[in-house]
Write a protein that binds this ligand. Structure first.
Ligand code: ADP
Ligand code: MG
Ligand code: MG
Length: 874
């Protein structure tokens, strides 16, 4: 028979997977001889069993719960459901990874109309007994029966008002009796039945509710944001109650062994006299700082400090603890490695190394890679943020905090930025034309688009805050306002965006600049010593490149050349090229572009100081460049000696039904080899000149996008090689160069062994590879993916976190097939996934040489790459 239930004394800390974090630590603390109210844990496997059995708890599991309950009764010398001296328990959720506040807990379970009288008599404190019962009714109704908490709060508020008191601890026993009567009436009104009186029924219902809460929407969301798999399940802890609400010698509190926002090595916490459970954090009364306990109850404080120190030394990490004092006796109810800000995490890790408690490797493992984002971007003032109410939320596409005046076009954003205003650009979606306006903005908000939409990718590259895909927004472009969450925001009015949470606020919330400390450099250095994966960046301008180098980038993995064409002085030329009817005319137009491209590349080579640079040739469909407004069309027509109608007709002919699968990528170079020729010339001339001028040992890496067939790559490569050799001869240079390809079409993965015959490197373009493999567009998927999450079809956004089972299989296959042909083949990833820690771990496992990500994610990638090594060694 499987074991579904463990007494606390049967478990230990390393049984987290089975007992959940809370259960494993309660067991560990029990075995350390600490004052822990006893109880037992129903395992995460029981939760999985519950879901596998059509959401029912099997009789076998119920049987083991009742057996454990019997042992607990004997230990406590009390009986569950007893009318004179009832055993009361809490029923607490606890998953493997802590998910604070995501699931539910019920306290004082076991009380009913009769037991509450016995409880009052036994404790000689009827106020306390009724207080416990009313809390239980409310929690049970909320958690198990899903009757909204606020309905009960309203009843309580009415009674407080009637009695002329402020706080619930001022209510008398008689008042509380009144509360209970009304609570029960409310329950009956909502459910049509009496409040359940049978304690065993209460218990099984409560355990079921905890299992059920694993799948509540906020838990699903939290898991997606924190990479927690949906099949882990939660454990349930059933624990004898201790009471902090017994009077003025009782209380409850939470504390951290070090400060969780700064990392300062000093006890930090709060407690509340005569209170229970969440009262401290719920803010119903103002709690006391933990140091005040030293005055109130010195012995209790000393004992508390002794245990807190012991726990930190035992776990070798900052602890987040819950405790309760019942009539001057101290109990611990929980300990876990505390959540902390990134700044605190760095300080604590470095301090623990200095204190000789952990190794550098452990320190590196301790920091959550994603959290480094916080250090590199501005954040909202915490107090202001707490007070503000969001009017909506969408995808947290690029982290940071931004506040500014709303403008609806890139031009207006730019114009007002130049006047010295802080601006936020609000668009249906962005396109490459908006780039300057995006640069001018503090933040970007879009109605459409997912985590890899244009807005998201570009904003991350620039380190600009972006919230994308807010479908609830209605923009009225003509009248220049938008509505969201019942608010109307006009052009020029302030909004604030939190790119780390996706929340949108009205008004101008104050922000705080990012600050990097010495601890950051120390930790990064340790990470660099450990990692084997190289970290490159995706950068299209010398500024972005220089910025990335500052963050530790070792090269450029993806330089997108198309962005260079959108500047005002260049776009007419590329348009001329597109509209040209003959090869000669096209070549002439391209000729004019060479100086610009070459200048860009020189700037980038200089910024990179000899580090490797991969340059991707033109990728987007040409229609993205064609003019759309009358004025531009007229100008172009004049410039080319054509009529407006002729220009319009050519533009229309470029229209494609499915441009992402249309005339783009290397297909452009197959139809117009002159484009590849021009780009090769620009790359080679720039590299040779910078090499000669600065002495950097530059080996340009030319990357052909969207290849699906060896002969296709060979065709373009031949053009590149012929041109490159010509340039080399012209300069009399001895420069080396490489030609490789992006792997972003499933067919290229299947035939990677053949493609490798023509490629010197592969770079996995996992944005396109993901959309081609799933068969849905990265720009539209946001519209339906939410239904996939809530129905548990997909757990996470495949554009943010690589789908390792599917897309990952293609990556691995292509890597193996490619290396089989060409053992020295250099392999990298340049999709947005390159900055995602779980994907980086995957890249390390399949043996890629480097990952490439936006500049601000470079530190995250360095850390994640080191963690991948440490996790594999484990
Ligand atoms: P969460 O995971 O949301 O913190 P918990 O299960 O830790 O939920 O419980 C919520 C609150 O109830 C905490 O303050 C905890 O200390 C308190 N609590 C839980 N079980 C007991 C108990 N047996 N006796 C007294 N207080 C308890
Ligand atoms: Mg807790
Ligand atoms: Mg692509």
């Amino acid at each position: 028979m499987a074991k579904w239930v463990y007494l606390f004394k049967e478990g230990k800390a390393d049984m987290k997977n089975l007992l959940g974090g809370k259960g494993a630590n309660l067991a560990e603390m029990t075995n350390l001889g600490l004052p822990i109210p006893q109880g037992f844990t129903v395992t995460t496997e029981a939760c999985t069993d519950y879901y596998n059995n059509n959401k029912t708890i099997s009789d076998e599991i119920k049987g083991q719960i009742f057996d454990a309950l019997k042992i607990l009764e004997e230990e406590q010398g009390k009986k569950f459901g007893d009318t004179e001296n009832p055993l009361l328990v809490s029923v607490r959720s606890g998953a493997r990874a802590s998910m604070p506040g995501m699931m539910d807990t019920i306290l004082n379970l076991g009380l009913n109309d009769v037991a509450v009288e016995g409880f009052a008599k036994k404790t000689g404190n009827s106020r306390f007994a009724y207080d416990s019962y009313r809390r239980f009714i409310q929690m049970f109704s909320d958690v198990v029966m899903e009757i909204s908490k606020s309905k009960f709060e309203r009843v309580l508020d009415e009674i407080k008002e009637k009695k002329g008191v402020h706080y619930d601890n001022e209510l008398t026993a008689e008042d509380l009796k009144d509360v209970i009567t009304q609570f029960k009436a409310l329950y009956k009104e909502e459910k049509g039945t009496e409040f359940p009186q049978e304690p065993t029924e209460q218990l099984i219902e409560a355990v079921t509710a905890v299992f059920r809460s694993w799948d509540n929407p906020r838990a699903i969301y939290y898991r997606r944001m924190n990479d927690i798999p949906g099949d882990w399940g939660t454990a349930v802890n059933v624990q004898a109650m201790v009471f902090g609400n017994m009077g003025d010698t009782s209380g409850t509190g939470v504390a951290f062994t070090r400060n969780p926002s700064t990392g300062e090595a000093k006890i930090y916490g709060e407690y509340l006299i005569n209170a229970q459970g969440e009262d401290v954090v719920a803010g119903i009364r103002t709690p006391q700082p933990i140091t005040k306990l030293h005055e109130d109850m010195p012995e209790v404080f000393d004992e508390f400090m002794r245990i807190a120190t012991l726990l930190e030394d035992h776990y070798k990490d900052m602890q987040d603890m819950e405790f309760t004092i019942e009539d001057k006796k101290l109990y611990f109810l929980q300990t876990r490695n505390g959540k902390r800000t990134a700044a605190a995490a760095l300080k604590i890790a470095c301090d623990l190394v200095d204190e000789g408690k952990i190794t550098k490797e452990e320190a590196v493992k301790r920091i959550e890679a994603k959290s480094l984002d916080q250090l590199l971007h501005p954040a909202f003032d915490q107090v202001a943020l707490k007070a503000a109410k969001p009017i909506g939320s969408a995808l947290p596409a690029s982290p940071g905090a931004a506040a500014g005046r709303v403008y609806f076009t890139a031009d207006e954003a730019k114009e007002h930025h130049e006047k010295g205003e802080r601006v936020v650009l609000v668009r249906l979606e962005t396109s490459p034309e908006d780039i300057e306006g995006m640069h001018a903005s503090e933040g970007i908000l879009t109605v459409r688009g997912g985590m890899t939409s244009h807005a998201a990718v570009v904003a991350r590259g620039m380190g600009t805050c972006c919230v994308s895909g807010c479908g609830d927004i209605k923009i009225n472009e003509e009248a220049k306002y938008f509505t969201l969450g019942g608010e109307t925001i006009k052009e020029g009015e302030y909004i604030s965006l939190d790119g780390s949470t996706g929340k949108i606020y009205v008004g101008d919330l104050p922000t705080e600049e990012a600050s990097i400390s010495g601890n950051f450099d120390r930790l990064m250095q340790w990470a660099d010593e450990i990692r084997t994966l190289k970290v490159r960046t995706n950068a299209d301008t010398p500024e972005d490149a220089a910025n990335a180098v500052k963050f530790g980038a070792e090269g450029i993995g993806l330089c997108r050349t198309e962005h260079m064409f959108f500047n005002e002085d260049r776009i007419p030329k590329i348009r001329k090229m597109i509209l040209s009817k003959t090869v000669e005319a096209r070549e002439a137009a391209l000729e004019e572009l060479i100086p610009f491209q070459k200048g860009d590349f020189k700037g980038i080579y200089e910024a990179m100081e000899g580090r490797p640079v991969t340059i991707r040739f033109l990728d987007p469909p040409l229609h993205e460049f064609v003019p759309t407004n009358e004025e531009d069309i007229k100008e172009l027509a004049e410039d080319m000696g054509l009529t407006v109608e002729e220009v319009k007709a050519t533009c229309d002919s470029l229209h494609e039904f499915n441009p992402m699968m249309g005339h783009r990528g290397c297909r452009l170079a197959v139809t117009y080899p002159e484009i590849a020729k021009m780009q090769t010339r620009a790359v080679m001339e720039a590299a040779i000149e910078v090499k000669n001028e600065k002495g950097y040992d530059i080996v340009p890496e030319i990357m052909i996008p969207l290849v699906g067939e060896k002969r296709e790559l060979k065709f373009v490569k031949d053009v590149v090689v012929e041109t490159a050799e010509k340039v080399i001869a012209e300069y009399g240079s001895d420069i080396k160069y490489m030609v490789g390809t992006m792997i972003e079409i499933p067919r290229a993965c299947l035939l990677a062994n053949e493609i490798a015959e023509e490629a010197e490197f592969f770079s996995f373009g996992t944005n396109d590879l993901t959309q081609m493999t799933f068969g849905f567009s990265r720009d539209d998927a946001g519209k339906f993916l939410d239904s996939y999450y809530s129905n548990k079809i997909y757990e996470s956004d495949p554009f943010a976190r690589l789908d390792q089972e599917g897309v990952g299989q293609l990556v691995q296959m292509a890597a193996e097939k490619g290396r089989a042909t060409s053992p020295k083949l250099k392999l990298g990833i340049c999709g947005e996934h390159g900055g995602d820690p779980s994907t980086i771990e995957f890249c390390h496992k399949v043996g890629l040489n480097y990952v490439s990500c936006s500049p601000y994610r470079v530190p995250i990638a360095r850390l994640a790459a080191a963690q991948a090594v440490l996790n594999q060694a484990k």
